[in-house]
Write a protein of this length. Structure first.
Length: 45
């Protein structure tokens, strides 16, 4: 995802917007994984 963002930045010069989007996507991904692990831990303990 970061590589694709760097490619997009070099083509469009929208550095700030691309980094904000990448950061938001990584946050959503890790937050969803965190909730999933929390839910699995609750049911398997």
């Amino acid at each position: 995802m970061t590589f694709q963002g760097l490619e997009l930045m070099s083509a469009t010069y929208l550095t700030f917007e691309v980094w904000i989007t990448i950061t938001a996507l990584y946050f959503l991904l890790t937050f969803a994984c965190s909730l999933g692990v929390k839910r699995l831990g609750r049911y398997h303990l």
